[in-house]
Ligand binder design. Sequence first.
Ligand code: 0A1
Ligand code: ZN
Length: 881
Amino acid sequence: MRTDTGHVFKLEDYRPSDYLIPRTSLDFRLSPDATRVTAVLTVERREGVAASAPLVLDGDGPTLLGVAIDGQLLSEVDYQATPDQLTIPTPPAAQRFELRLETEVAPSSNEALMGLYRSNNVYCTQCEAEGFRRITYFLDRPDILSVYTVRIEAPHNEAPLLLSNGNPVESGTLADGRHYAVWHDPFPKPSYLFALVAGALGKVAGSFTTLSGREVELGIYVEPGKERLAGYAMDALKRSMKWDEEAFGREYDLDVFNIVAVSDFNMGAMENKGLNIFNDKYVLADEETATDADFANIEAIIAHEYFHNWTGNRITCRDWFQLCLKEGLTVYRDHEFSADQRSRAVKRIAEVRTLRAHQFPEDQGPLAHPVRPRRYREINNFYTATVYEKGSEVVRMIRTILGAELFRAGMDLYFERHDGEAATIEDFVKVFEDVSGRDLAQFALWYHQAGTPNLAVSSSYNAAAKAFTLEIEQSVPPTPSESRKRLMHIPLAFGLVGDGGKPVAWAAVDGAIVEDGVIHVRKRRHTVRFSGVSERPSVSLNRGFSAPITLSVQQKADDQIFLASHDSDSFSRWQAFNTLLTDALIAAFRQVLGGKEPAFAARLAELAGRIAGDEALEPAYRALALSLPGEADIARDIGKGIDPDAIFAAREALARTIAEANRQVFSALYDSLADKGPFTPDAASAGRRALRNILLDYLSLLPEGAALAAQHFNAATNMTDRTAALTVLAHRHAGSREAEEALAAFEARYRGDALVLDKWFQIQAGVPGRQTVEKVRALMQHPAFSIANPNRVRSLIGTFSSANQTGFHRADGQGYRFFAEIVLEVEKRNPQVAARLATAMRSWRSLEPIRQDKARQALLQIANAENLSADLRDIVERTLA
Ligand code: 0A1
Ligand code: ZN
C-alpha cells in the first residue's frame, strides 16, 4: 500500500520527460506468487537534453532482480532502487540505448487490484492511473507513448487463454505443459493502457465489418458456463462500433477487439487498447438476473469503453490533470449514443438526475474541484462526477454554442490534428475556436473554475408596451481554495410559452446576445428585453438543461403548473413538475420540523394523476415524472440544518397523498401495463415496466399494499419486476411476513449467484430506519459477502452509507461509527475502494448540529488511524478541512 507522502502534484510543474521510450517489449512468466517480468525498453534521450541527465523511472514496489543496459548487467552501484523509483544516474552517452529490467511480482496477494492481480484464478491487470509501475519500473506517465510487444508464458492447464493489447502475432507450446503467446500493438500508447489477461475463460465470438470493409474479430470472455449471459454485451458492442462510424466518422483500427469480464474490479471497466477489461456486473445479463437498469448500464459502459479507442487511446492525455479530456468527452459520446439508441428525452432527464445526485453535492461541498483540477495528492481520487459528468456537460455546452455542424467540424479537426498525441484541454478548446472563429476564453472557465453557478431570474410583462423582460443575475459560490470567482459564459436555452404551449413570438431583443433559442449570459447582470410580445408568456428556462447550473426563479406556482402540462421542451416540462414536487417537499419538511402534519395542495396530486394517465407521454417519461425527488435531493435543495428523519416523513406523506388521491387511476393503469409477450430489454418495454413499478410503489402505501407487492413479487418473470417488488416490501413493509418471505425466497433462489445477491444486499442496506446498521453488520457475516470484493462492499456498505439517509445518519452516530470501522477495514486491502466509500461523508456540514458533531468524530477516527493510505488520507483531510 502506498502510504501518504503528503506530496501535492501541481499542473504548473508539468514538464516533458528527459527520456522517451519508443519501444517496450515485455515478457511475462506467469505464476500466482512469483511472476517474472522482463521488460526491454528502447530508451531515447529527448533532443536537446544533456547527456548527464539521470534516468528516473517510477515504481510501486516491484521486486527488482536485475538491470542491464545494452546487454551489460549493471552492478548495484550503477543504479539506485527504492520501492517507488529506479534511478540510473549516468546513462550511456548515446542518444538511444536498451534498458533491460527483471522484476518479480505476486499477483495472488495483490488485493489492491492495481497492477497485475488474480480474480477467480484469472490473471488480469489494471494500470490506470498508476498501476503499471507495480509491474515494472517505467516512465509511468500518459505522455510517454510506446509501441508494445508482449510475450506471455504460462502452464496451459492453468491459463489456456493468453491475451494482451493489439493483434496476436504468434503462439506455441513449450515443454512441461507450458505455452506462450505474443501480441503486438502497432499504436503507440501510454502505459496506463497496457493490459494482460490469462486464465481459463469461455468465449463469445462475433465479427464486425468496418465502414471501409475491414473485418474485425470480436471476443467477449467470461467465466466458463456464463457465455449465454454475454449476448447483450456483444450486441451493444456492435451497435457502438457502427454508431461511432456514423456519428463521429471513427473506425476501429486493429484486427481484434476483446472484452474480458472479471469479478474483482475497482471501477466499472477499463479501455485498454484492444483489450477492454470489465467488472462482470457490466457484461453479464439476462432477464432472470439483470434489471432494465442493468441492461442500460451495460449498453452505456460497453459503448463508453469502446469510444475511448479514439477519445483516450488514439488521442490521450498529456498528464493526469487533463483527465476530463478523455473522460468528459467520452461520457458525452456515450450519452449521445444511448440517446440515439433509446429515448432522447428520457435519457436527458435521467442524466440530469444523476448529475444533480452526484456532481452537485460534490461541487457544493469540501471535495469540490474544477473539471480540470490544478492540484492533486492522489490521482485515483479524481475519477469523480465532476471530471466525468460535468466534463460531459461542458462538451455538450460547446455543441450548444457552436451548433451541430461546427461541433462536428471541431471534432473532426481534433482527431486530425491530435491523432497519436497526448493532448491538453487547451488543445481541445482551440479546435472549436479555430472552426468557429469564436473566442472561447470565457467559456473555458467551465474547465478551470469549480462550483455550480446560479442564475437568479425574475420576469415581468408590460402589456401596454408589449414588452417581456427577464432580469438575470449570475453568481458562482466560493469553493475550497477558490474564494473569488470570475464571471462565466452560460448558454441558457429558453422558450416563451403561450396558450396551449405554443411559442410566443417576439419582434426584437436586447440586453444579451440571443441566438437559436439560447441567451448567452456572460455578465453579472443582464436585463433581457423582448419587444413585440402580444401576450404574457410563461418562461421556460434552461431547456434541455443547456447549462449545469442552479436556477432561482421567481415564478408563480400557476406558471409551473402550466409548464408542467404544456412546455413543448420535454426536459423542461419534467423539470416544472419536479420543481413543484421539490417546493412542496421542502415546505412539508419545515412543517414536520415544526411538529405539524404536512399538508399538500390538492392540485399537485391531481397533476400527478394526469401525468400518469397521459397516453401522449412515453411510459418511461411518466415513470420519471412520478418518481419523487430522493431524500438526498431534497436535502441538497434545502442546503443546511438537515434532519433526514424529517425529510423522510415529508416524502412519505407526499407519496401517500398522491397514492390516496389517485387510487383508481393508478390501479387501473397498473393492471393494464402488465407485460404481455416474452421479455425484451428494449427501451419501450423497460419504460412500461418502470411505470408499472412506480405505480406499485404508490399502491403499496394503501391498505392491502403488502399483499399487492407480494403478488407482484411472486408473479414476476424478470429481475426488474422481482427487485421492484422486493424493494417495496423490504422498504415500505419492513418486518412484515410478506417482506420476510420474499427476502428468504430471493436468497434461496439466487444462492451462489454473487452478482444477483448483490441486489439482495443492496435492498436490505437501503431499508430506512435506525435498525438497519445492525442488519448490515449481520449481513457482513453472510457467506456470499466478502470484504475483499469491491462489488460486495459497494452493494452492502456503499448502499448503506450513500443511499440510506435515515439509517446511515442515525442521530446517535451509530451509523457513522460503524462506517468508520469498516472503511478502515477495507482500506487495509484496497485503499482505492475505501477512499471512494469515504466520500459518503462529503455533505456532513449540511447536517443539523447533533449529527454534524457525530459525523466529525467519525471522520477524525479515520484521520487519526495509523499508516493511512494516500488515497484515504487525501479524501478525509479534504472532507474535514
Ligand atoms: N478509464 C476508465 C475508468 C477507470 C479508472 C481507473 C481504474 O482503476 C482502478 C479503472 C477504471 C473509464 O473511464 O471507464
Ligand atoms: Zn472513461
